[in-house]
Design a binder for this molecule. Sequence first.
Ligand SMILES: Cc1cc2nc3c(=O)[nH]c(=O)nc-3n(C[C@H](O)[C@H](O)[C@H](O)COP(=O)(O)O)c2cc1C
Ligand code: SF4
Ligand code: SF4
Length: 226
Amino acid sequence: MDRIFYFSGSGKSKRLARFFSKELNIECFDITKTNDLDTETAIIVFPVYCQNLPEPVIDFFKRLKAEKVAFAATYGKKSYGNVIEDAVKISSGKFIGGVCVPCGHSFLSEEDDFDFKKLTPFIERIKNPKTAFPEKGRKDFYADFVPAQRTRIGVKIKKNDNCINCGKCSENCPMGAIENGTINKNCIRCLRCVSDCPEKALEFQTLWFMKAYLLAERKNETKFYL
Ligand SMILES: Cc1cc2nc3c(=O)[nH]c(=O)nc-3n(C[C@H](O)[C@H](O)[C@H](O)COP(=O)(O)O)c2cc1C
Ligand code: SF4
Ligand code: SF4
């Protein structure tokens, strides 16, 4: 059986996974909520974090048992680093294709403005699988320098008076980094708690220097590895 798996903080990669699910008629699963990882072809959809793979995705790749793998990485029009090659290196299974897909940046509160029409070559490759070869991408020299800590300095999350201590954020956090709206140092700023809080009790703020960095030199390239 083939499956689509996704990791998503603010919902953009989830929307892309659902698009692939509809186009390919393959069921999709949230990697933080499924333990059934045996599959023939696994298509994994995830966001780029600091030009790297998000920690929950790295952990998932180590556990995944698939005969064939394909990757789709969403990125906020800044940089996708080397994530497809990184994903190929740590996952098992034959690599059949990858794509980095530009979309709105979660830290800039942008919409997921996917250009779905551009993704046809990737979808065709999944329908007609053959071995692909990942090409090495370009990463900035500082990308691997304490990425989560750098993000925590540039993006703040605050709880407001709407919190009713329902515990939903604690249940959903992929890092065990929040307890009824109070965040600890394990937070990777995926923003899932902000997006999913039923009371809108969590607000995030991207500080000016982070915004200035993110808005400078953006790119809108759909990069295929086929
Ligand atoms: C912690 C974090 C780090 C990010 N790092 C990058 C990055 O290095 N390059 C980039 O272009 N976008 C970056 N983004 C933006 C996301 O990759 C982009 O908005 C993605 O589509 C979010 O997907 P999601 O809604 O499924 O979480 C980052 C977002 C977050 C939350
Ligand atoms: S999900 Fe929202 S309302 Fe519920 S505990 Fe977390 S912050 Fe509070
Ligand atoms: S506490 Fe941090 S890691 Fe957990 S859901 Fe919220 S932003 Fe993501």
